[in-house]
Design a protein. Structure first.
Length: 124
């Protein structure tokens, strides 16, 4: 089976390097250009410089919550999805991210498909 190639760029933000590497590898295999950030400050800088098509954020990060970072990026025009197993965040998503939350147990192999579903409405 041939997987569809994704001509999109993604910024992955997680404070756990192993998670970043795992998801990055899966997305690169699908043709995504992948940028990584392990903290909010780096994520902001990469987002401003690279302007990725979509940003995937860990919902709870040590130095700043992923939800706060998501609000900042959304306010600056970014398309954001949040990885979370926090039901409160799922029930009350940051402005602009409703319908864009992905459960933390999303398999890396399935992430590319999920992002393509989200992005398909962005580009024609």
């Amino acid at each position: 089976m041939t997987l569809p190639v994704a001509p999109y760029s993604v910024l992955l933000v997680d404070d756990e390097q192993l998670i970043l590497d795992l998801y990055s590898a899966a997305l690169r295999l699908r043709g995504f250009t992948v940028h990584q950030a392990s903290d909010a400050a780096t994520a902001r800088a990469i987002s401003n410089r690279a302007r990725p098509d979509i940003t995937c954020i860990d919902g709870r990060m040590i130095n700043q919550s992923g939800a706060d970072l998501a609000r900042h990026l959304i306010d600056n025009g970014a398309r954001v999805v949040i990885f979370t197993n926090d039901q409160a965040l799922y029930d009350h998503p940051p402005a602009g991210s409703a319908g864009r939350l992905i459960k933390v147990n999303t398999r890396p192999a399935d992430l590319g498909d999920r992002l393509l579903e989200i992005l398909s409405g962005v580009r024609s």
